[in-house]
Design a protein around this ligand. Structure first.
Ligand code: UTP
Length: 219
């Protein structure tokens, strides 16, 4: 299978034991699958972006700083993997070329204006992935933010258009912690990409790929 995994920055963290564990699991997955991983920027991106803002940088320039942080994190993950190409591709054409080496491809962001969720969804669309896994800091898609609303219910299964509807509603609220960004949801909808939204723990990645439902399936 061709699989794209979006590993959110907050999920990836900056603890080397955890990164090692992700590396081990992703190496295992790449033994039998053509694997692409898109890594988020996490604390590194947040810290650098907020400093650049204080210094007067434009939002687009801040995005470029965020992208640089995601690529630094991608290099950390590559360091923790045995079967990943050493080069971090800067766009999708580059990523596809690199995958021909029969190695896992690990990258960060591409262009300003969105997060790595959208980068990963676009990559999944471009390479015609069989599966897109969004490993995030919540265990699936809920009707509302479960950290604010205790009546929020988790969906085991959604259609792509239901996902767009839920994400669009969530992003209207200031400070809402959206499970996947709207652009990513729209890409999933337009290309009907089979997607799992799961809690980003290393063993969960394996469980999801073995067909155990551990989050929300979108198809
Ligand atoms: P992230 O994808 O880590 O954003 O990219 P995030 O919202 O902080 O993600 P989580 O919450 O950790 O999952 C970090 C920043 O890099 C820029 C954006 O500014 C983003 O906020 N970026 C990233 C881009 O501009 N383009 C990309 O393709 C990727």
């Amino acid at each position: 299978m061709k699989i794209v995994v979006s590993l959110g920055g907050s999920v990836f963290g900056d603890n080397s034991d955890r990164i090692k564990e992700f590396g081990r699991v992703l190496d295992t997955i790449s033994e039998k699958n053509q694997l692409f991983v898109v890594v988020g920027g996490g604390r590194l991106a947040r810290e650098y972006i907020s400093k650049a803002r204080e210094l007067g940088a434009s939002e687009t320039f801040c995005d470029y700083i965020g992208i640089a942080a995601t690529r630094m994190n991608a290099m950390l993950l590559i360091s923790a993997m045995k079967n990943a190409a050493k080069k971090v591709p800067v766009d999708f054409l580059d990523a596809e070329e690199l995958s021909k080496l029969n190695k896992a491809v690990v990258m960060g962001g591409t262009f300003p204006g969105h997060t790595t969720d959208a980068t990963a969804a676009l990559l999944a669309e471009f390479i015609k992935a069989d599966l897109f896994v969004n490993a995030t800091n919540i265990d699936g898609v809920y009707s509302d933010d479960p950290r604010r609303n205790k009546d929020a219910v988790k969906f085991d299964r959604l259609s792509p258009s239901q996902l767009v509807e839920i994400v669009a509603k969530g992003s209207m609220r200031a400070g809402a912690n959206v499970v996947i960004d709207l652009l990513a949801a729209k890409i999933i909808e337009r290309s009907k990409i089979k997607t799992y939204v799961i809690l980003g723990e290393p063993e969960n990645l394996l469980r999801a790929l073995y067909g155990e439902v551990v989050g929300t399936i979108i198809e």
